[in-house]
Design a protein around this ligand. Structure first.
Ligand code: NAD
Ligand code: UD1
Length: 335
């Protein structure tokens, strides 16, 4: 297949492009580089030994999208492009609704004009909200508590309506749990700008000595060690899940899959695993709870196993070892 990968220069997108090329698919990356560097595209090519067509463009720019669909025969779109910082979405809701929701609508309009009606969308476990008991199954009631989550829920609804209205559309909604880790080559990985909000990027900064200490947000949750439990999944496993999901595009309608391991690890377990990976103790202290954090989040990953034949393979130690290799070789991120 020839796949258009929006946001393909970003963290999950770049790892997915490697797996797509390794599996023999042709790709075109479309990314405005808001949160990525073009060097990531060069690194994908370095890993796979294949050329990676790259277009710097915005999903809000329908004219530029039309040109891409005119230039390449695209069979399906894998849509990662979006903004993902929860705190920023609270401060700048219009930016998030415009970029994520309007951007997805303009992408779908360009796809329809080109007659390309197969789409995989990057949703998030955040849509399970605060009121469900994990493990989360795909048919649980959905809710969100911040604008970022609201954009994911809205887009899921828009795409479901689109596929219901026109039987030519095939839509796959993938709900990612907590991707961490990096490519084993040490060439690709995640290193966000500024002070990180998410746990692993923060732990990595402490590990390389750029931040003094990990703040553990609360140790009085009803979890085994009192700290928050999440379903961390190796980003390469997630990328393989995306590859498996291509199969679900063969039939029309909307399909929904969790991409998680089904296991939960606590913040303290993650810090301990990262200490083992980097060979020195990561300093930590207990800080107040962060607003909007649930005690537990982990997937029921059985639907993806049954219908896509996919399960995650890598354990927490491997996730941390690969993340450490990336950050120790690229302390300033991908340059
Ligand atoms: P990322 O920021 O590394 O990648 C997103 C990419 O999209 C970036 O390269 C950015 O430059 C690009 N982009 C943003 N807005 C764009 C626009 N208007 N036009 C073109 N390109 C644009 O993030 P990621 O972690 O790789 O996440 C990819 C997708 O998966 C996002 O939609 C995110 O919401 C979703 N997701 C991520 C996580 C996670 O923890 N990383 C969890 C669940 C869901
Ligand atoms: C967060 C977002 C979620 C988003 C996901 C992926 C919030 C409330 N949730 O999920 O919407 O889909 O990222 O982008 O922002 N922790 C610490 N110290 C830190 C950072 C985190 O103890 O410095 C803890 C958190 O309390 C949580 C766990 O580590 O228990 C994981 O946090 P994080 O990596 O931010 O992921 P989520 O909260 O699952």
């Amino acid at each position: 297949m020839r796949l258009l990968v929006t946001g393909g220069a970003g963290y999950i997108g770049s790892h997915t492009c490697v797996e797509l090329q390794k599996a023999g698919h042709d790709i075109v990356i479309y990314d405005n580089l808001y949160n990525a560097k073009s060097a990531a595209v060069e690194r994908i090519s370095k890993i796979t030994g294949k050329e990676v067509p790259f277009i710097k463009g915005d999903i809000l720019d329908e004219k530029a999208l039309d040109e891409v669909f005119c230039r390449y025969h695209i069979d399906a779109v894998i849509h990662f492009a979006g903004l993902k910082a929860v705190g920023e979405s609270v401060e700048k809701p219009l930016l998030y609704y415009e970029n994520n929701v309007s951007g997805t609508i303009s992408l779908c309009k360009a796809m329809a004009r080109a007659g390309c009606k197969k789409l995989i969308f990057s949703s998030s476990a955040t849509v399970y909200g605060m009121h469900n008991e994990p493990p989360f199954t795909e048919d649980m009631p959905l809710s969100t508590i911040n604008p970022y989550g609201a954009t994911k829920l809205m887009i899921e609804g828009i795409l479901t309506d689109l596929a219901a209205a026109d039987k030519d559309w095939s839509v796959v909604l993938l709900r990612y749990f907590n991707p961490i880790g990096a490519h084993e080559s040490g060439l690709l990985g995640e290193d966000p700008q500024g002070i990180p909000n998410n746990l692993l990027p923060y732990v990595k900064r402490v590990a390389v000595g750029k931040l003094p200490c990990v703040n553990i947000f609360g140790d009085d949750y009803p979890t085994p060690d009192g700290t928050g439990v999440r379903d961390y999944i190796h980003v390469v496993d997630l990328a393989k899940g995306l590859l498996a999901a291509l199969k679900a595009l063969e039939t029309d309608g909307t399909k929904i899959y969790n991409l998680g391991t089904g296991n939960g690890y606590s913040v303290k377990e993650v810090v301990a695993a990262f200490s083992r990976a980097c060979g020195h103790e990561i300093p930590w202290r207990i800080a107040p709870r962060r607003g909007g954090d649930a005690p537990f989040s982990f997937a029921d990953a059985s639907r993806a196993k049954k219908e896509l034949g996919w399960t995650a393979q890598y354990d927490l130690d491997r996730m941390c070892a690969d993340a450490w290799r990336f950050i120790s070789r690229n302390p300033d991120g991908i340059q």
